[in-house]
Design a protein around this ligand. Structure first.
Ligand code: NAD
Ligand code: TYD
Length: 349
């Protein structure tokens, strides 16, 4: 039986990866290591928490000695590292948390693997990253695996730094690493600070939908379960030392996405057409707001046969249905500090 460490498994993407691995691989023991920040929620894993091949360990990846002790105790065969501070807006207001979690935390895991693993053959350290490390595109072009790094927010700079360190450990110590850089994910269990769940939450509660700047920024959206499938394939078949870009080939201007979401919400909530659109409010732009992200995922499509399975309209509809059916989940994650943090007065443009 192999033991796989998945970090950040109580978060959005991590919970989908844990669910997939626990169910699909009964021969793996899956250890979910997460310190349950505001973004980590064990309710994301209710359907697998009692599985015999699953164990949760509450621990902070910034604790280096503890990481080594856990590597010794569990004798991990592989690592899928997702734990991170993940929201750009928070990185603008509190950059240091991103430095500790994303950079120091990643190095602690690399050091634990390097020093505790005696033999690197059959081992694998898979680091999950973002397309934001490549910076911002103009109206045309795509991010490729060999696009130069040009991060512009504290979040993307911290992820870029962690990617560089992972590659450094591959080249310097021969640690068997692999990296993937993915575009914006959406789907169930995403914390309502990111655009789609925040807008769903606000529309449902008749609150304004804050659109930064002119709403013309473009993101490439991928359904989270498609990302989990890609992670599964890269973990098992990806080439050591390589990088894979993952994306939806699904670019949307923020304002167009919000319009589509408003239409779906009006229909699902049985409100008259146009009701939700009245909530759209243009607010002060995000500092250093990247204009456009777009991934070329040709490499993973060609080498591993992966491709996105869902059309955006279908994925968005499923996502809305999930949030409307899981009010209790939303109530829990928006209790406590949420109001103070996210329901501040936006400055109107
Ligand atoms: P998330 O914020 O929903 O979850 C992050 C998880 O990490 C939480 O459960 C949190 O408790 C945990 N965590 C944070 N700091 C920790 C620490 N110091 N020790 C232990 N656990 C800690 O994030 P997400 O959206 O699921 O993203 C997961 C990973 O995927 C991140 O590395 C992120 O950079 C990357 N990524 C995200 C997206 C996206 O669109 N969300 C796209 C590409 C890549
Ligand atoms: P977000 O979901 O925060 O992801 P990222 O910044 O990592 O791409 O934001 C997606 C896009 O939506 C981004 O261009 C910023 C914009 N946005 C808004 O216009 N309003 C909001 O309230 C949020 C959270 C984001």
């Amino acid at each position: 039986m192999k033991t796989i460490l998945i970090t950040g498994g109580a978060g959005f993407i991590g919970s989908h990866v844990i669910r997939r691995f626990v169910k699909k691989y009964p021969d793996y023991k899956i250890v979910n290591l997460d310190n349950l920040t505001y973004a980590g929620n064990l309710a994301n894993l209710r359907d697998v928490e009692k599985a015999p091949n699953y164990e949760f360990v509450r621990a902070d990846i910034t604790a280096g000695e503890l990481m080594k002790a856990l590597f010794k105790k569990y004798r991990f065969d592989g690592v899928i590292h997702l734990a991170a501070e993940s929201h750009v807006d928070r990185s603008i207001s509190s950059p240091m948390e991103f430095i500790y979690a994303n950079i120091v935390g990643t190095v602690n895991l690399l050091n634990a693997a390097r020093t505790v693993w005696e033999d690197f053959s059959e081992k694998r350290f898979y680091h999950i990253s973002t397309d934001e490390v490549y910076g911002s595109l103009g109206a045309t072009g795509f991010f490729y695996e060999n696009t130069s790094y040009d991060p512009r927010s504290p979040y993307s700079a911290s992820k870029a730094s962690s990617d560089h360190l992972v590659r450094a450990y591959f080249h310097t110590y021969g640690l068997p690493t692999v990296i993937s850089n993915c575009s914006n994910n959406y789907g169930p269990f995403q914390f309502p600070e990111k655009l789609i769940p925040l807008a769903i939450h606000n529309i449902k509660n008749n609150k304004l939908i804050p659109v930064y700047g002119k709403g013309e920024n473009i993101r490439d959206w991928l359904y989270v379960e498609d990302h989990a499938v890609a992670i599964d394939q890269i973990y098992h078949e990806g080439k050591i030392g390589d990088t894979y870009n993952i994306g939806g080939h699904n670019e949307w201007k923020n304002i167009d996405l919000i319009h589509l979401l408003c239409e779906i919400m009006d229909r699902k909530l049985k409100r008259s057409a146009g009701t939700s659109k009245n909530l759209i409010t243009y607010v002060k732009d995000r500092a250093g707001h990247d204009l456009r992200y777009a991934i070329d995922s040709g490499k993973i499509q060609k080498e591993l046969g992966w491709k996105p399975s869902l059309q955006f309209a279908e994925g968005l509809e499923k996502t809305v249905e999930w949030y409307l059916a899981n009010e209790e989940w939303m109530k829990n994650v928006t209790s406590g500090d949420y109001q103070k943090y996210y329901e501040h007065q936006y400055t109107k443009r």
